[in-house]
Design a protein around this ligand. Structure first.
Ligand code: NCD
Length: 338
């Protein structure tokens, strides 16, 4: 597979994670997708993140774990939360961080992704954090870096966004630790959402009791029911008695054609309001990966209301990304850096 640095977002493609994510001892080597990772690894990410989520680290104190290592953030798509929390996570671990501004880099002069990588490798980068519009881009890079270099997927097309899913699992676990007893609903544009794909794999692997997806037919990926979810097209029925609601943004940048009649019609049928929230369990938590489109997928009264844990998700991104970095970083001789 080749990946063009100026590639447009693609339709969802199936990327087989294979074993490239794990070393011969079953330890996390790259973090590219949730699919294919065992529960032990996901739990280790959550537990490691918990050790970083102390008030001390929350307030900017550094640990020396990745001192002397260099991490490059390569973001080919826009990002606010993900890029900045990856940067903060790297800094809290005392790594050196390079933020490559792709729009101002030589990819705009026609340099290929592989040439860009070779040049960055010549600067002794130890880890690449990659966001790209093409599904499979992070796998492509992981297959083309020297053996001691690690790759973390910060979102590839409509495929996966594994660190987002793990910060979501971390946030759920803080509020509701018993996954087998939970009923979770994911609402909205599942068709284009890499976040939802990663969350479905993570929730299933962690043994969630019941997983529902709620969307109009046009926003459901083909074969979604094979992923161990119950499909609802009616929001009211789908959120009845749920413990966790995850709202998704309409990914207009990945839509080629009309998937919904209008944003107003979408909100009327699928928008989360305080009134509708009453159908869920009284202590339901409401999540959203951001960025929120207020009045499109949810009312401000819900986004800013007592059930919302949306800003906790953002804070938890730092500890979870510290965990992913600490677990995957290797020394030049291939030994674990931590
Ligand atoms: C998500 C993404 O980029 O996939 N955002 C994020 O990383 N926080 C979801 C989205 O863009 O809607």
């Amino acid at each position: 597979m080749s990946v063009d640095t100026q590639a447009q977002p693609t339709q969802p493609v199936k990327v087989k994670p294979g074993n490239i994510q794990l070393d011969q001892n079953g330890k996390l080597r790259h973090f590219l997708a949730i699919e294919g990772l065992p529960k032990t690894v996901l739990t280790q990410i959550l537990d490691t993140a918990e050790s970083f989520a102390t008030p001390r680290e929350h307030h900017g104190k550094k640990v020396d774990l990745l001192k002397g290592h260099t991490i490059a953030n390569l973001f080919f798509e826009p990002s606010t939360r993900t890029r900045t929390t990856f940067e903060l996570a790297a800094k809290r671990l005392s790594a050196d961080v390079l933020n490559i501004n792709i729009s101002a880099s030589s990819s705009s002069k026609g340099e290929t992704l592989l040439d860009m990588l070779r040049n960055l490798e010549a600067m002794h980068i130890d880890m690449f954090v990659v966001r790209h519009g093409s599904s499979g881009a992070a796998h492509f890079i992981a297959n083309n870096v020297p053996s001691h270099v690690s790759v973390l997927n910060a979102g590839d097309g409509s495929h996966e966004h594994p660190t987002q899913a793990m910060l979501d699992m971390f946030t759920i676990r803080q509020h509701k630790p018993d996954f087998p007893s939970l009923r979770v609903a994911i609402v909205g544009d599942l068709m284009h959402s890499r976040v939802a794909r990663s969350q479905i794999h993570a929730l299933n692997t962690l043994g969630v009791g019941e997983l529902r997806v709620i969307a109009p037919q046009t926003l459901l990926p083909a074969g979604v029911e094979k992923l161990g979810v119950q499909v609802y097209q009616n929001l009211e029925a789908g959120i009845k008695d749920v413990d966790v609601i995850i709202m998704l943004r309409l990914q207009r940048e990945r839509m080629h054609g009309a998937y919904i009649p209008s944003q107003g019609e979408y909100f009327r049928l699928y928008g989360m309001t305080e009134q509708r929230l009453k159908l869920a369990k009284p202590d339901v938590i409401v999540m959203h990966p951001g960025p929120i489109n207020r009045g499109v997928e949810m009312d401000s009264a819900v986004a800013d209301g007592p059930h919302s844990v949306i800003l906790e998700q953002v804070s938890n991104g730092i500890a979870v990304r510290m965990a992913a970095m600490a677990m995957t970083m290797r020394n030049p001789d291939g030994s674990s850096a931590v």
